[in-house]
Design a protein around this ligand. Structure first.
Ligand SMILES: NC(=O)C1=CN([C@@H]2O[C@H](COP(=O)(O)OP(=O)(O)OC[C@H]3O[C@@H](n4cnc5c(N)ncnc54)[C@H](O)[C@@H]3O)[C@@H](O)[C@H]2O)C=CC1
Ligand SMILES: O=C1[C@@H](O)[C@H](O)[C@@H](O)[C@H](O)[C@H]1O
Length: 338
């Protein structure tokens, strides 16, 4: 069976996912797509020689009887409405992060999915599909380094567009760390603080960049997130875990350090498309394979809710400068992993 996919939003990641569905993955076909700028849909269809229906409204994609599963890759504020509509239509939906831009929006999705009685939502947190994070988790789980004490994360983008705001540092970029560190440590957050250093001249209209976040988990592990989204030199994601008996450094994806002409150098990825290319392939192939079996796995709406709730506390902390509690309710049985 071929899973017939409808895509909502054909911006940067929408196009990248259409490319992989068309040229990389097995068992799926793009049959429809929408964007508020409908001409861009036809352009992408032409680029990848797709014969599909182009709509200016995502709800037409969801309602189409030719569409089995949905990819929501439009801008963050539009996610909630489309994910709720896909749940109502009973169609599996892969939604790029953030699941919704508020914790309340994520909660509405969680409630709708539980009312539907089965998982329909996979959130686009791709890092748990990345070989480097997986290797780090295996090393920590082996117990050879003792208990984790401190996790040092680096999240640097070369640059971001002028629609990027200070808040997005927390709600759009650091949500990846909020999700992956919970997964890495099997621990929950207790509090968050945001510290704002001197701003770079490269940030647009007074955006606070860099930002430094300090998170504490319930078991007392301290996590630092060094976010710098206009660092200029490339896309750089790092994660080092200081443990009782040693330190685990997340490896880089296969790179060859080179010594030549008096220099030692190593390629730095240009952006998230390059750094996580394989992880995106694996997460979407898994969505497609599961959709064939009428099921959904991977990062859940609950994971999206926890990340956005942590981000909401981060927003309070950003304004107040204070250490702010992160209050996450108990995970419902519906989402508890066996
Ligand atoms: N998992 C990851 O690593 C990444 C995730 N993302 C997420 O993907 C989403 C999209 O990001 P980008 O592609 O970078 O943004 P983008 O701005 O390049 O694309 C967004 C697209 O959505 C369209 N759009 C806006 N409102 C719409 C609506 N109501 N219906 C249909 N289309 C609509 C826009 O016209 C635009 O083409 C964001 O939520 C972002 O956080 C983006 C980059 C990487
Ligand atoms: O999700 C992503 C972007 O939207 C965001 O702007 C970047 O900071 C992240 O690293 C990337 O993975």
């Amino acid at each position: 069976m071929t899973v017939r996919i409808g895509v909502i939003g054909v911006g940067m990641i929408g196009q990248d996912h259409i490319r992989r569905c068309t040229q990389v993955l097995n068992g799926c076909q793009i049959v429809a797509a929408s964007d508020i700028n409908v001409q861009s849909v036809q352009k992408v269809f032409d680029q990848y020689q797709i014969t599909g229906k182009a709509y200016d409204n995502g709800h037409d994609v969801i309602a189409s009887p030719e569409v089995d599963a949905i990819l929501v890759t439009s801008s963050g504020p539009t996610h909630e409405e489309y994910v709720l509509a896909a749940i109502k239509a009973g169609k599996p939906v892969f939604c790029e992060k953030p699941l919704a831009v508020t914790a309340q929006g994520c909660e509405r999705i969680v409630k709708a999915e539980m009312a539907a009685g089965k998982r329909l939502v996979q959130v686009g947190f791709m890092r748990s599909f990345d070989a480097c994070y997986r290797k780090l988790k295996t090393t920590l789980s082996s117990g050879q380094l003792g208990e984790p004490l401190v996790v040092k994360c680096v999240h640097h983008n070369a640059e971001v567009g002028d629609s990027y705001t200070t808040d997005m540092g927390v709600t759009d970029s650091m949500v990846h760390e909020f999700d992956i560190i919970r997964w890495l440590l099997n621990d929950d957050y207790h509090s968050i603080q945001v510290v704002s250093p001197r701003r770079t001249k490269h940030a647009h209209h007074g955006v606070q960049d860099p930002q430094m976040v300090l998170l504490k988990t319930k078991k007392g592990v301290l996590i630092t997130i060094d976010l710098f989204v206009n660092c200029q030199y490339g896309y750089d994601i790092r994660c080092d875990v200081v443990c009782e008996d040693g330190i685990a450094y997340m490896p880089s994806p296969l790179q060859v350090p080179v010594r030549t002409r008096g220099q030692l150098s190593e390629h730095v990825n240009a952006d998230w498309r390059e750094r996580f290319i394989v992880a995106y392939d694996i997460e979407l192939q898994s969505f497609v394979d599961n959709a064939k079996q009428q099921r959904v796995e991977g990062p859940s709406a609950w994971d999206g809710f926890v990340a956005s709730t942590t981000a909401a506390a981060g927003m309070v902390a950003l304004t107040s400068g204070q250490i702010t509690p992160v209050d996450i309710p108990d995970c419902p049985a519906f989402y508890r992993k066996a």
